[in-house]
Write a protein that binds this ligand. Structure first.
Ligand code: ATP
Length: 294
């Protein structure tokens, strides 16, 4: 559950500031990507855990409402995972994640492998223990399912995980943590030593797509007024996975995912801000025809 405080300027260490609004919003990178993919038109199954608390009830309901199959979402003792988010006056955020129930997802449960095997793609993030991420990624690889990994929260990754990752989607910060390189072009070529394909997301600057044996391609972001960038990356990944799963050429899929993410940053909240497929189609068509500015 995202606990979001809106402030003019985020507090520095030791400082207290007064915010002007507060919301509790269903979130979590896995749930966000699930909702983004479902709204983008994908058939989505969520594997994870919520706590026995009120947040758990709300989180499950919000996934169900988005059309996500929650058969693989277990309810465990204790608190649900929470993210404590501060959004500043420019729409930028800083976040503390407390895993709660997510910390119990350290391996596959009954039925998870079947769910993974039935999919085109497995979307993974690092808000569950690495052992759980690895178990799911290995199951996907065994069944020929594409593994898409968002390496967030940022941390160095074991070679064993990179070896079973098909597409890595870090933001600029995560790419720098993984490679030690702050220039995205340098980071992209370093990432390709470990994975066949990577997209580094660059916020309002768009994204950088890199695949082995080709020049990296910069994909611009549509120019929009950002109100809240929370879950922009998750919206991007969810939409990208659906577009790729439909067999769209990679450049089209990236442009479509950028359109979805640009829509999401113009609205407050995480999953609440994610566009439905028809909205993304209309916005992307407007971009192509020059009705909306890049
Ligand atoms: P978050 O942690 O807020 O979910 P992120 O850091 O994972 O986001 P970003 O690189 O900030 O990911 O954004 C992901 C994508 O969203 C970008 O590649 C871009 O396409 C789109 N995006 C983000 N911010 C903006 C913006 N201000 N205007 C237009 N598009 C944006």
């Amino acid at each position: 559950m995202d606990l979001v405080a809106y402030v003019a300027t985020a507090p520095r260490r030791g400082e207290t500031v007064t915010g002007h609004a507060f919301r509790t919003v269903p979130g979590g990178k896995g749930a966000n990507q699930a909702v983004a993919a479902a709204r983008s038109g994908g058939a989505v199954s969520m594997i994870g855990a919520v706590g026995e608390d009120d947040f758990g009830v709300r989180l499950r309901a919000s996934l169900t409402e988005a059309g996500v199959d929650t058969g693989g979402l277990r309810t465990v003792e204790g608190e649900s995972g929470t993210a404590h988010i501060v959004v500043d006056g420019e729409g930028a955020n800083s976040i503390v994640v407390v895993p709660g129930a997510n910390g119990t997802v350290d391996g596959l449960a009954h039925g998870d492998e079947r769910r993974i095997a039935a999919a085109d793609a497995l979307l993974l993030q690092l808000e569950i223990p690495l052992t759980g991420v690895l178990a799911a990624a290995h199951a996907a690889r065994e069944h020929g399912v594409r593994v898409v990994l968002t390496p967030a929260p940022a941390q160095p990754l074991p070679p064993e995980l990179l070896a079973v990752t098909d597409l890595l989607v870090p933001n600029e910060h995560e790419a720098a943590v993984l490679t030690g390189k702050s220039d995205p072009y340098d980071a992209a070529s370093a990432l390709l030593a470990s994975v066949p394909e990577a997209v580094i997301t660059l916020g309002a600057k768009g994204s950088l797509y890199a695949v082995r044996d080709a020049e990296p391609v910069h994909v611009p972001a549509p120019r929009v007024k950002a109100e809240d960038t929370t879950a922009a990356g998750d919206t991007f990944v969810g939409a990208l996975a659906v577009a790729r799963g439909e067999g769209r050429p990679v450049q089209d899929a990236l442009a479509w995912a950028s359109a979805a993410a640009a829509l999401s940053v113009q609205r407050a909240g995480a999953s609440a801000s994610m566009p439905h497929r028809a909205e993304t189609d209309a916005f992307a068509a407007g971009l192509l025809e020059g009705r909306t500015s890049r």
